[in-house]
Design a protein around this ligand. Sequence first.
Ligand code: MLC
Ligand code: AMP
Length: 479
Amino acid sequence: MLLPTLADPSDTEAIRFGERVLSHRQLATVASGLGRSLGSGRVAVWARPTIETCVAVVAALGAAAPVVPINPKVGERELEHILADSMPELVIAAPGDTLPDGLATLPRIDVDLTANGGGRTASEPSGEAPAFVVYTSGTTGPPKGVVLPRRAISSNLDALAEAWEWTSDDVVTHGLPLFHVHGLIIGVLGPLRRGGAVRHLGTFSTRAAAAELAGPATMMFGVPTMYHRLAADIEADPELAKSVSAARLLVSGSAALPAICHERIARATGQRIVERYGMTETLMNCSVRASGERRPGTVGPALDGVELRLVDDVGAPITDSGPAENGTDETIGEIEVRGPNLFLEYLNRPDATAEAFHDGWFRTGDMATRTPDGYVRIVGRRATDIIKSGGFKIGAGEVENALLEHPDVAEVAVAGRPDDDLGERIVAWVVPSAARPTAEELTDHVARLLTPHKRPRTVHFVEALPRNELGKVRKRDLR
Ligand code: MLC
Ligand code: AMP
């Protein structure tokens, strides 16, 4: 059962957004009330960071209807693609939400927090039944729908509970978006599966997080950008640092946490951040254990039940990743994983699904080393056309395609560049056509077509792009 605590609910707090609270019993009642209106077809959930979004997701899971979470900032082109690809039967939103065109034409159900379904849900579907379709970027083309089965979620949340000694006494706080696996599956379904609570910040700020950690929250989840901002704030304000030091566990993931950020927070609070490594397709693969050594720059060993190996350039497993013979470093290989945490397929993309696997192992595209005691250190990515900015994954190709739709763009190349705050920043090199657009016009254009987090943060106007003999852009030579 995915959410056993809702079958036998308690009156303790389950979800809080500011003053809006539901106990486990209230959540079970409201979600089953909403679930009565749902069939078993896919449902889109307008995933604003609200209590309604959590209720919608729990209701759909209870009714065995797969959820397609929709980024409330989604642009027209991206939404068009997601809807055509996933074909949801209806959309669930909060009362008063204004939905964009595309979604507004679907049958709509508003979350009613007074609904009463008596806590009854459909019989529990099999573990292989799809629970979510979460869209994630690739190197080229529009985002792919990752179909996640129920067993991936339950097994992964249990492995994390083991790793983090996570119990019903824990209260998780975070300000993550609810349309990706980090905020929604780990950050909301995680606490619900444990029978504990989540207190969502609405929007992340150090002050709000610190107040929660000084109060009831025991754990915080965040992306490195949030910890980078938190480090600066607590260094400037010892009271904030004191609040953060009260946490039981600070967890970072979705992108690499720089060792310097880890050390700054440790110096100010005594807290050593626990880093974990995951992916939409695999949920979480590795984590430093709550009781384990917290080595900065490492994501710890594989979680229980997750098999992880490193393979070389020709796909051969690297058996010994201890110090290499040249004595300079450990052997670097691509991470491949196998286990109950894996997705079922990319929706409508058998080609992409087949390509993602190698002898039954999922190819993550992440490059890493592993110490003899199993600690994984991620050192890079196979594809240079994948950008991780603020913990969001963005394909350079999708941003290029969006920019090429602008009438004043003749040629374009997009790449990620290091950024202290965002990890990587999206940079575009643009050859304008006759009329020269402003940088702001172009960033707004991408924000409107795709989503604001995919907008370039820097635009360089150039006369030509560096190309090789075959006409392909040499991204390494972009300056
Ligand atoms: C800015 N905005 C615009 C805009 N420019 N809106 C329209 N048009 C434009 N041109 C708006 C934004 O929408 C936003 O609104 C506000 O301005 C600030 O935007 P921003 O500057 O882009 O935000 P920023 O400060 O950079 O965000 C940092 C951040 C964010 C850390 C809060 O990057 C974030 O939430 N990251 C989390 C990513 C995540 O959850 N990843 C998990 C993937 S799963 P508003 O209203 O929103 O403030 C995964 C697997 C795993 O990776 O392992 O976990
Ligand atoms: P997404 O497709 O958005 O789920 O992003 C998954 C990717 O995020 C992984 O393939 C990694 O490249 C990256 N990632 C997640 N967690 C970490 C981490 N702790 N350290 C480094 N990279 C990470």
